[in-house]
Design a protein around this ligand. Structure first.
Ligand SMILES: Cc1ncc(COP(=O)(O)O)c(C=O)c1O
Length: 365
């Protein structure tokens, strides 16, 4: 059995450090916004090259709090991708705004500057690009459009921790950005967790309030806030993994490049890198007209594989009505043909070769 992500193997390498940190926390009982959360926020801000990094309860909350703090609300339109996890659009709906879905590039699977610009109306207040599968969006180009039209840029970095564009981290370009620490993410904890980044002191202050019941001083409340704090035990895990994130991402890139090299002669579309940044391969996602056959062959051999995402957001039941008439041909075509293979920081060359062997068998049959 080959899983999509081998979290056990990764844990085995850092078990002592994590158990040591847990024991310390259990002894000092500083469970809420304790020393590890504070230290992790400083370490993450330094790594990402931003002034502020604020922990919260999930990636979904990170995007929600970022939109709130940037003043996006009822009546506003936010331009985003339909080829993403539902949380991207949920966060936009939570603040009362409307997601406006635009089409993606067939190579990067990310929304394009041209499509963003075409969708701008008098109601547009923000653009929320998603660095899908760890592939960085062309942020300087998107930011130039946002600046030209007076729009906020809020990055969905749930899948892109450590990805860079022109040597600058994703999550450091926009007015604010949201990261997810869901266990399978490039930087993942042992439950739910998230992070908002920003260079704005004002936005950071608002997010700190919103995540903690609208309060800066205990039992004094300025706004209606939320209970959305990063857990102290999760911060222990994240500090141990943050130290190793470059190694983890390099291992993912190595496995991805090996897959692509070994499948170069097969009638499949392997992931594209546009050269403007570093793709961190949260997922290794291919396109094939014979997706079902390939996936069946993998499943028969107990090899993990999955479709991210089979139904684009404009075609989901929840958005069908408000998106009636929306047509996104590239998104729809990619969703019908994409599938992802196992990828993580502990995937050996032999395992990659074994997986490719099974796929090759489908095309040689
Ligand atoms: C693109 C994208 N945005 C947002 C999220 C939400 O993150 P979380 O699951 O931590 O709430 C996820 C992850 O699941 C995601 O993949």
């Amino acid at each position: 059995m080959i899983p999509m992500v081998n979290l056990q193997a990764q844990y085995a390498e850092i078990q002592d450090e994590i158990v040591g940190g847990f024991t310390e926390t259990l002894n000092n009982c500083a469970f809420i916004l304790g020393p590890n959360v504070q230290a992790f926020e400083k370490e993450a801000a330094a790594y990402l090259g931003v002034k502020h990094a604020i922990g919260c309860a999930s990636g979904t909350d990170a995007l929600h709090l970022a939109l709130l703090a940037e003043g996006i609300g009822a009546g506003d339109e936010v331009i985003t991708s339909a080829f993403t996890f539902i949380a991207t659009a949920e966060a936009i709906k939570y603040v009362g705004a409307t997601p406006v879905f635009v089409d993606i590039d067939p190579g990067t699977f990310n929304i394009t500057p041209e499509n963003i610009e075409k969708a701008i109306t008098a109601k547009t207040k923000a653009v929320m690009p998603v660095h899908l599968f760890g592939q960085p969006v062309d942020l300087p180009a998107v930011k130039a459009i946002c600046d030209k039209h007076g729009l906020k840029l809020i990055e969905d970095c749930a899948q892109s921790f450590g990805a860079t564009v022109y040597n600058k981290q994703t999550g450091s370009f926009g007015n604010a950005a949201g990261f997810s620490f869901f266990p399978s993410k490039n930087l993942g904890c042992f439950g739910d967790g998230g992070l908002v980044t920003t260079d704005s002191d004002e936005t950071a202050a608002k997010i700190k309030q919103y995540r903690n019941h609208g309060s800066d001083v205990r039992y004094y409340h300025d706004v209606v806030g939320y209970n959305s704090r990063l857990d102290e035990l999760q911060a222990v895990v994240l500090r141990a993994k943050l130290k190793r994130i470059d190694q983890y991402n390099a291992a993912r890139r190595h496995a991805a490049h090996l897959y692509s090299e070994l499948m170069a002669d097969l009638p499949l579309t392997t992931p594209y890198e546009d050269g403007i940044g570093v793709h961190v391969y949260h997922q290794y996602t291919l396109l094939s007209d014979r997706r079902d056959e390939v996936m069946k062959a993998l499943q028969d051999q107990q090899i993990g594989c999955a479709v991210y995402y089979p139904v684009p957001l404009h075609q989901q039941n929840v958005f069908k009505e408000e998106c009636a008439g929306v047509s996104l041909p590239v998104t729809e075509s990619v969703a019908a043909r994409c599938f992802s293979l196992p990828i993580c920081s502990n995937l050996s060359d032999d395992t990659v070769k074994q997986i490719v062997g099974v796929i090759r068998g489908v095309f040689q049959a």
